[in-house]
Design a protein around this ligand. Sequence first.
Ligand code: G3H
Ligand code: 13P
Ligand code: ZN
Length: 306
Amino acid sequence: MLANLNDILPKARKFGYAVGAFNTSNLEITQGIIETAESMRSPVIVATSEKAITYAGIENISQIIITLAKKAKIPVVLHLDHGSSYEICRACIHHGYTSVMIDASRLAFKENVKVTKKVVGYAHQHKVSVEAEIGRLAGIEDEVKVLKHEAIYTDPDQARRFAVESGCDALAIAIGTSHGAYKYKGKAQLRIDILEEIAEQVNLPLVLHGASGVKSKWIDHVNRFGGALEHTKGVPDTLIKQAVRHGIAKINTDTDLRIAFTAGIREYLSRHRDEFDPRAIIDHARDMIARVVDDRIRVFGSINRA
Ligand code: G3H
Ligand code: 13P
Ligand code: ZN
């Protein structure tokens, strides 16, 4: 069934687990996400970035997700990831999104509050939930590009003021993660001390972006079948679990899905050199998506919470 963030995240924060938000841009990734979450009786958030929307077409991708969500016996949120403007949020709401993220974290505090408030006003009229962001993660995503040296941790006091003034339903914070496969030069770490302070001041569900694990076994899987991916450091499961214990209720994963999808395609093609039916090839990639989603749901603790 279709749901919004308010149907699932306050419960998650209260009972100490997190719900996964998984990025998609096609039918098979979406099926891998929703079917796995349903088999584990976990709520799930299916997210599309602006780039994914441009790639697939807003009507096509939203209808695929809505159709699968309505059939599922678990709460499924159709969410815009990192919306860069009021206009894109509005367009998504028109196409049936049940949730949007307005990411104005690149702007000054006041401007961020202003645009977030405007999105909240419109979204709430349509029973759509809103995630916003305060603080800046390093990395590149769509329209929102942040260089490593520009990334800043979320200030707890600002987070409290932002939550009250903007009226958002969930708040993404920066505590040391970054988007993509290249997250840490040295040891992987999260500022749990900052998270603790934020969680004390802000009663909203908190969101962790850039949370992929980038596990060695997946990099090896890709490389065993002809890939040339570098071994990099993601966020270890132990840190994810610690973050969940301290108030993180929504966790975003994209990179891990991309790597697993690639592993599936590479493996299938190299094992079946005479295959040219796209359905057989992509079916295997869909199975790899399912494995990642299964693993993440167990780490987040949302199994049997639907
Ligand atoms: O942060 C979210 C996604 O990883 C964005 O990736 O803009 O290439 O779809 P994308
Ligand atoms: P990763 O790149 O770590 O998967 O993060 C994805 C994300 O935050 C999407 O919003
Ligand atoms: Zn993100």
